[in-house]
Design a protein around this ligand. Structure first.
Ligand code: GLU
Length: 607
């Protein structure tokens, strides 16, 4: 495995890219007329078989049928992958408000046929906070959910600034037109989906927010029912403003003032986010991490995401174990393969907990993140995988390079509530974008842009992705502690895969799921590319997750024999729902093939 310096570009390719960006900067000739679709809400089932979708020229996969459809209509009108992503994200803000939106952050991997670029829209900590943000008056960590549902958890949002930047570089349709689907749906109403309804039922603390409580619940306190036609006039006004004036409509002026006001005036624990923090936010373009793996080149997001490094550590450790005759038994991952996968995950998560944080604040071990994927280092880590599990807490971080600081290991904290989008257009562009407000409904603070109209959008709680504790008991600092202007560590893993020799695109994929995003994405990569399953079959496989402690197996996913074998080998196992939201598109001999997670409402559309 080798990290390829992603800044490597060929002069001709750069010329072609420059010509392309010149042509895309021209006024669009394409006429985009959004048609309101008649999409019935799906059944309330938590698991819905998906067929897998074959298309010829373009495809879009997103977590909600209305959002996918908006992206599809943009692609059909001749829009680029980025154009479609803007339309999808704006519709998701409206119809999947529990997962992502203009109040949150995102990571976007983009390929224009030549270069891969990583656009970072991760939230930042306000300038007035420090490492005591999540400590109480006695210096003890706050209760996790208390911290989440408060003003303190809200980071400066980055999704809109990030999309705007990517659209400037790769858009074909005018920015404003891409907001038409979300504005129409917000003004004319959309049917509340089963997943939104179920999320509302579960969201106890959301009811306490005056705007959200009045908007998403009946006077009797019931969550709006499935199929209810919901209009969001406040969001329509906000989206019109962003359509017309760009991200500055969100980051400055009345909408920004309202956002900062809501954070600073939270009734229990106000936050420090200010209008200056909003105005100074900039999306960051980073070099992606691209790693050679078998006949592929796998490109993912660099720190502050831990996604790519941890996934590739797992894959790299597995590769250094003796070959398995068959990793599958009766179509499911075998007990032996699962044991190895879980041990590799334990080792990779031990390193993740110690080393990975915002690179603007924290030096990579040995001065380079590539040390974590060094072949000799991974071989040494693989030697720690034996017949018996290392067990809960048994995997220690390694020492991949000379360290400037002795980081302490961050204790595990829960994360959840995100959305993944994969798009391939007919102009040679592909993207993978994972987008989040962190928990379901983020900080449970709704903002209406100061419009005074019903509705609005949710503010993220991304700052709880920082370590609550700044140091361990011995006083060693934790790499991912809170610092002003810093971006919290993420697990989001938007991934683009290429053929190593030809450089041709092979797949785009990613998932929500908190830290388990890493397991979901790693297994899907292996299943698609190593085991030869198609995207849908790969997504359907049952999940197994460990962050280093107990093992969670997807309920009813594995046989009793597999569970017993894993227990006998020292894994502390239990079963639970593991709600991934994988979307994957793959390039096939006939065109494209897409899969969407049966555990959520996602669909693929294309032609
Ligand atoms: N906030 C998490 C992260 O950035 C994602 C949460 C989720 O996927 O559920 O890693």
């Amino acid at each position: 495995m080798r990290l390829i310096p992603s800044s490597r570009r060929w002069p001709l390719a750069a010329l072609a890219a420059a010509l392309l960006s010149l042509s895309t900067a021209l006024p669009a000739e394409v006429d985009f007329q959004y048609q309101m679709p008649a999409i019935d809400p799906e059944t309330a089932s938590g698991y819905e078989e998906k067929p897998g979708w074959a298309t010829e020229r373009f495809a879009v996969a997103a977590a909600n049928p209305l959002a996918t459809d908006a992206g599809y209509q943009v692609l059909k009108a001749g829009g680029s992958a980025i154009d479609a992503a803007v339309a999808v994200q704006m519709v998701l803000t409206l119809v999947e408000p529990q997962s992502s939106g203009i109040g949150g952050g995102a990571f976007l991997m983009h390929h224009d046929g030549e270069a891969v670029v990583a656009y970072g829209g991760r939230e930042t900590a306000p300038s007035a906070v420090d490492e005591t943000l999540f400590l109480d008056e006695a210096g003890e960590p706050l209760d996790f959910m208390e911290a989440v549902a408060s003003g303190r958890s809200v980071g400066v949002p980055g999704t809109v600034r990030m999309l705007e930047r990517a659209h400037r570089e790769h858009g074909r349709l005018p920015w404003a037109e891409l907001f038409t689907p979300a504005i129409r749906l917000a003004e004319e109403g959309f049917a509340v989906s089963p997943r939104l309804h179920a999320s509302l039922v579960d969201a106890e603390r959301l009811r306490n927010d005056p705007l959200a409580g009045a908007f998403y619940y009946t006077d009797a306190g019931e969550a709006l029912p499935v199929g209810h036609t919901l209009k969001n006039p406040a969001l329509a006004v906000i989206l019109r403003d962003i359509a017309e004036h760009g991200s500055s409509a969100l980051h400055t002026g009345a909408i920004a003032e309202d956002l900062a006001f809501r954070v600073q005036n939270h009734p229990s624990r106000p936050g420090a986010l200010s209008v200056e923090d909003l105005a100074s936010y900039a999306a960051i373009v980073r070099d992606p991490l691209c790693t050679e793996w078998h006949v592929y080149r796998v490109c993912g997001f660099p720190p502050p995401s831990s996604g790519h490094l941890t996934i590739m550590q797992i894959l790299g450790i597995l590769d250094r174990l003796p070959a398995l005759e068959s990793p599958l038994a009766d179509g499911q991952p075998s007990a032996e393969w699962l044991h190895r996968f879980l041990e590799a995950a334990r080792l990779a998560f031990a390193d993740r907990g110690k080393y990975i944080a915002d690179p603007d604040f924290v030096e990579a071990p040995g001065g380079d993140w590539a040390t974590l994927l060094d072949p000799d280092y991974l071989a040494r880590r693989a030697e720690l995988v034996g017949e018996e599990s290392l067990g809960s807490g048994g995997a220690e971080p390694g020492n991949p390079g000379a360290l400037a600081t002795a980081w302490a290991v961050q204790p595990t904290q829960p994360e959840s509530g995100t959305s993944h989008i994969s798009i391939i257009d007919e102009h040679g562009n592909a993207l993978a974008m994972t987008t989040t407000i962190e928990q379901a409904f983020g900080s449970r603070i709704m903002a209406d842009g100061g419009t005074g109209l019903p509705g609005g959008y949710l503010l993220n709680n991304e700052l709880t992705d920082f370590s609550f504790l700044p140091e361990d008991e011995a006083g060693n600092p934790i790499a991912n502690r809170v610092e002003a202007g810093k971006r919290p560590r993420s697990s989001m893993s938007p991934t683009l895969v290429f053929d190593r020799d030809s450089g041709e695109l092979v797949a785009s994929l990613g998932s929500p799921g908190g830290a388990a995003i890493i397991h979901y994405t790693a297994k899907t990569l292996i299943a698609m590319l190593d085991w030869g399953l198609d995207a849908q079959q790969a997504i359907n496989l049952p999940h197994a997750v460990t962050l280093g402690g107990p093992v969670f197996l997807e309920s009813d996913g594995f046989s009793a024999e597999t569970r017993e074998t894993l227990s006998a080998r020292g894994h502390e196992i239990s079963e639970r729902e593991l709600v991934s939201g994988l979307q994957a598109l793959q390039v096939t001999d006939d065109g494209l093939f897409g899969g969407a997670d049966p555990r959520r409402e996602g669909v693929v559309m294309g032609e």
